[in-house]
Design a protein around this ligand. Sequence first.
Ligand code: GLC
Length: 798
Amino acid sequence: MITNTELEYKGNLYPSKIVSYTHDVDSVYFYTDNSVILKLTVLRDSLIRFRYTTKGYFSNDFSYAIDESHSHGYNHLKVTEEEDYYQVTTNKVICKIQKADLRSFIYDLKGNVLLEDELGFHWEECYEFGGNIVKMSKTSREGECFYGLGDKATQMNLKGKRVENFATDQYAYQKDQDPLYKVVPFYIGLHNKQAYGIFFDNTFRTFFDFCQERRNVTSFWSDGGEMNYYFFYGPSMNDVVTSYTDLTGKPELPPLWALGYHQCKWSYYPESNVKEVAAKFRELQIPCDAIYLDIDYMEGFRCFTWNKEYFPDPKRMVSELSADGFKTIVIIDPGIKIDKEYWVYKEALANDYFCKRADGPYMKGKVWPGECNFPDYTNPEVREWWAGLFKELISDIGVKGVWNDMNEPAVMEVPNKTFPNDVRHNYDGNPCSHRKAHNIYGTQMARATYHGVKRFAYPKRPFIITRSAYSGAQRYTSSWTGDNVATWEHLWIANIQVQRMSISGMGFTGSDIGGFAEQPTGELYARWIQLGVFHPFCRTHSSGDHGNQEPWAFDEEVIDITRKFVNLRYQLLPYLYTMFWQYIEEGTPMLKPLVYFDQEDIQTHYRNDEFIFGNQILVCPILEPNALGRRMYIPRGEWYNYWTNCLVKGGKEMWVDTKFDEIPLFVKAGAIIPKYPVQQYVGELEFDELTLDVYYKEGKEKSVVYEDAQDGYDYKKGRFSFVTFQMTGKEKELNIQVHKEGKFDTNYSKYKINFIGLPFEVKTIEIDNVEITFDANELKENQYLIVPKDFNVLHIVG
Ligand code: GLC
């Protein structure tokens, strides 16, 4: 690691003056005297790629992160030459490249500085490995803030932090510990209320320094590979993140059940134990959709085998669980036990699919099964083979999802916890060492798993979860935050990690609710589930060596709190599904940190705890024991306290009272929140009404609801329902305009409309300009109205 001030560091080399340039369609090449080339590519008016080489030519251009189907195309691109610089102008930005030293400066069209090179691109020869340590430094301005970077367990705003990206099995990590399991070399800068983004697409170990080493400098570097980064212009954080997510890809919709509650432990076995746990959920009426089998279901931890003593007939068990609404999810790790009698090992060996050391022998390492070899998932042929291995699990046995773990890759009993650097990888035909492939290994495993599960689950949708991931992994898989601990500090960490993952393109994420290591108190578990139900992925998991972590491991009060919050999640499923739809369609993060929600309000820039769930629900967890309320920041606008329906004006920090069975929850005034009835699992009930909680507001607000068949791919053929509700509230009037898109007709025929905060007594109601009769007393008493769903305008007058 470089610790001395880079400026003083004598080993650095810099580009010399530009001697020529060429312009080729969307790319401009600048050549320097000392063989440096900068290739500047305009992908979109607001998205520019900077790629550098010091060799005088570029190597094959290959990235696992970039989604082939990302949108590109610009409206305007002009290159001009001035005395001291070249200027590249698009419809959104101006980029100046200085002739003397190749430094770049980016401005908006009004001439405001967006991002300036400090030293810019420079490098150092890497004596240990050969090649270059590639470096970039940018000038940072007063008040600039930084966000993103995936699963970092540190405050939201990264200003003053130095972080490292190297996928690591980090059992019981602590606050500020780094590196962790995932690698997302993407950050958002915010200055003068304008946002931009940087994605440093380099899979080697990378580092970012956000004004830690030097107060006014941000830098990023890597001990190998290319200086290759993308610049995203905002000006809103939403522009930056949606554009990053478009570039690195969006997932398909998960089956709706995957948004239900999941229960996991290391491990549920034998079969009778799995059944007991499942039955208890139904008995206690706590909704649950998925149950997990951790490594002990296997025969000696051999992937794709079953321990027949514990699970004599997996197919029968899985189908019995399924009859009760439980989907079975199994773990699959990358380590393949070295065992000449084991069919998976034999196949891989026969086909030469394992990773090798530089001098030829297979890479060997200890994981759960003992000595293992490891498939090279960066080889397309290996991925295809791996995908095929899921046939029995998915098609025959009926498993519905696969959990990929230990794929950093983790190796036990070695100091570096992973493969040696010299291990060779195919890297899709770009052979390289483990230094380059390490950070992408987990993603390629999850990718192969995804293709297998998808193939055999068809026409249903697959569900995959991974521990390690690199940018772009969201196309294939959901993720969790790894081996956390049952402490209050970890509840704080989980809240930040999931928000951060959300604005780093990987929103389908959650933490091990209650903590993986150690035993939570009932209070901690309750506070954790109260937050966890607002995370896109919602699963309790624990290491199991300290006791139980099912809701009934705690007292009645905690059981009731768990039920209350899991029920709420199931009621909010259409709302959650809608935000997922916006994520896969637009790349919009499902959780929005306050700064993301309102970047213009500088009060939000250093907030950590509060976030917006979807677009209209403000959530703030309780992160301390014995707290019956807390101070929190309410963003600008008007908000209804979900529990009391009292209206508060935001833009201020305030104390919010809660009980033990509540956390601060607020709904944006004007919101229309869709709700399903509580079901014990997705699809349990048929119902004829969609509940709409209508939060009155004087003024306008738009709400949307996405629905489809909840599984399968018909939605891709337009069989979905996307309903927009436009509310307009006046002093004595409320108008709801409905607009429907899509070819899917929902099963229910009515809306049950709950009015919240209506400031007048209803005198008349018109549906599509026809006055309807209604029981005024009844409405006054209960504040709800049931109407057939097929209307265009509901008009209420007081
Ligand atoms: C790892 C995982 C954990 C799992 C355990 C056993 O520690 O992170 O979730 O339960 O391995 O498979």
